[in-house]
Ligand binder design. Structure first.
Ligand code: FAQ
Length: 307
């Protein structure tokens, strides 16, 4: 088949809502967009282990420690599935890791904020994993087969993460006044950064239109942000916490909540590398990579010996 026929074949696959597989022909720009998004997603899972990992040694009970360990370990697994999905597009994990630690590829803005109390573990599960699920469930129908299949398993595990966060918060809000205050203080810090996870407003999102035409994204950033707000408000009411937005209210005409604008200047600064923890996160990841060099060398030597 010549290039025109291959392109027509690709267009027909997308139009019929079928999956594109690694050996199928695909436009270079489609491949590049997927590598960008999947790599950024994989890096987010790996860097995302750090804020919660910070509390493993200080978990308040053995039960909480076991839950947190399992969750952080799941994030590592998600990173691995996603790097494997990216590798089907012709890049390798080593190359992607280099791009992460040299800050040439991004990871989610949310992981550049510090975890200051144990309530943050609950709030990350509730809001951050909640936002991640909202954004990622539609990716289970992404047009690229390996990414869509990885997302099915990831979403199942993220649901468990969200529930453990909510369960921890329920225990805290039913505890002492000090615990309730700790939860509210944590919600105040994480609410706006969670809304920023969905990306810039639609008018400022250069990639959405093309990614939707290709069936990579199924909804715009603003559509998913709205869905998240509508889903979260009743959960906040059930917990008895206030979401820190004076403009948040039900709009009966729209049958949806109105809400305020996130601070887009802060978002731009965080993704440009000057958020509260960017330097610390990358430094930690670089150190872990250097410390693991001997393991990679040993694995390589072992593989060569058995070739
Ligand atoms: N942070 O044109 P758009 C998790 C960048 S969940 C940093 O709208 P797009 C689970 C974007 O890359 C978090 N950068 O871009 C977990 C682009 O830059 P570029 C990870 C952001 O791709 C929970 C530029 O801004 N989830 O890890 C962000 O169409 C708890 C313009 O933006 C995913 O990655 C941001 N928030 O839409 C783990 C989901 N938003 O590359 C541990 C998959 C935008 O052109 C603990 N990704 N940018 O230089 C997606 O759905 C999409 O990529 C969006 C962005 C929606 C994030």
């Amino acid at each position: 088949m010549n290039e025109t026929a291959l392109a027509a074949d690709f267009d027909a696959t997308i139009a019929a809502d079928q999956r594109v597989e690694p050996r199928d022909w695909m436009p270079e720009a489609y491949r590049k967009t997927l590598i960008r998004q999947i790599a950024q997603h994989a890096h987010s899972e790996i860097i995302g282990m750090q804020p919660e990992g910070n509390w493993i040694l200080r978990a308040p009970s053995l039960r909480r420690k076991a839950i947190l360990l399992a969750k952080v370990q799941d994030e590592a697994g998600h990173g691995m599935y996603l790097y494997a999905a990216a590798e089907t597009l012709g890049v390798d994990r080593e190359e992607l890791t280099e791009k992460l630690i040299s800050a040439k590829q991004k990871y989610s803005s949310i992981f550049n904020y510090p975890t200051l109390s144990y309530a943050d573990i609950g709030v990350i599960g509730w809001l951050v994993d909640g936002a991640a699920i909202c954004n990622q469930v539609p990716l289970c129908r992404c047009s690229y087969g390996p990414y869509a299949r990885a997302m099915i398993r990831i979403c199942k595990e993220e649901s468990f993460h969200q529930r453990q966060g909510y369960e921890l918060l329920l225990a805290m809000v039913n505890g002492t006044d000090a615990q309730r205050e700790m939860v509210q203080e944590s919600v105040n810090r994480w609410w706006w950064p969670s809304l920023m996870m969905f990306g810039p407003a639609d008018g400022a999102s250069p990639n959405t239109q093309q990614s939707m035409a290709w069936g990579i994204k199924r909804h715009t950033n603003d559509e998913l942000r709205q869905r998240f707000v509508d889903m979260t408000v009743p959960q906040a009411e059930a917990l008895g916490v206030t979401l820190p937005d004076p403009d948040l209210r039900w709009n009966p005409q729209r049958q949806a909540h109105d809400f305020g604008e996130p601070d887009w200047e802060e978002f731009a600064a965080v993704i440009a590398g000057s958020g509260p923890c960017n330097a610390q996160r990358l430094e930690h990841r670089r150190r872990a990579h250097d410390d693991g060099a001997w393991v990679r060398e040993a694995a390589q030597a072992y593989a060569e010996k058995h070739r």
